[in-house]
Design a protein around this ligand. Sequence first.
Ligand code: SF4
Length: 258
Amino acid sequence: MPHSKTTSRLRKRQSPLSASCPSHLQKESCIKIGGILCNSLIDFPGRPALVIFMQGCDWRCPYCHNARLIPEDAEDTVDEDNVFEILRERPQAMRNLVVTGGEPTKQDGLLRFLEKAKMRDIPVKLDTNGSNPNALRQVIEKDLVAYVALDVKGPVERYARYCGTGHCGDAITESICILLENRIDYEFRTTVVPALHSPKDFESIGRMLKGGRHLFLQPFRSRHALRARLRLSREPSPEFIDVCADYARRWIPTTIRW
Ligand code: SF4
């Protein structure tokens, strides 16, 4: 996933709490970056961006294709100073940052890190699974991000089926409500998984997002799915995903992102 050329330039942490993290920040607020993509034209709408992948996720979505990023710790992580170093070397128009995961809001040091980006005038897009509405509210209230992409994995009443852990429905409902307050530019997005979704599920998803700005549907890719059962399951056909989109469009503008 991360560029080998890119990571070879980077200072890597040998352990989660390496000497590169000042002692007063250790434990409380060092962020763990499990990977980096130096140039992306598709992850931040309208902006070329550097993408960082936070290490660690609180959920276990059966179709997750980033399983390497789920454990809290990893052998090699990237020092956050390298991220700012790379961005500093770029023209201003290319100094944009996408913070994705794993799950970024799980990181104790997220706010501190985003404040550093704000001080440097770096627009940030945050990708989140919605498991931590308090953190989402804070980053919006403190004006630390320019754009949020929130995963909406399925109808809320069966959310445990999609996030792989119990007690996740209330969190996603609250996170959706925060974005529906319209204080920030945002999008909802759903990965369409034929083994887990029926087209009618997109009626429920759309209704839940009624009044929202935009829902993007993206096809499930079986190759690296977390659950072996799903690695053998079919990916959505264009016809299947079209029908799903039609159901969702009754409630919210919906686009398929192939
Ligand atoms: S797909 Fe699910 S398990 Fe994987 S990183 Fe996202 S929220 Fe976590």
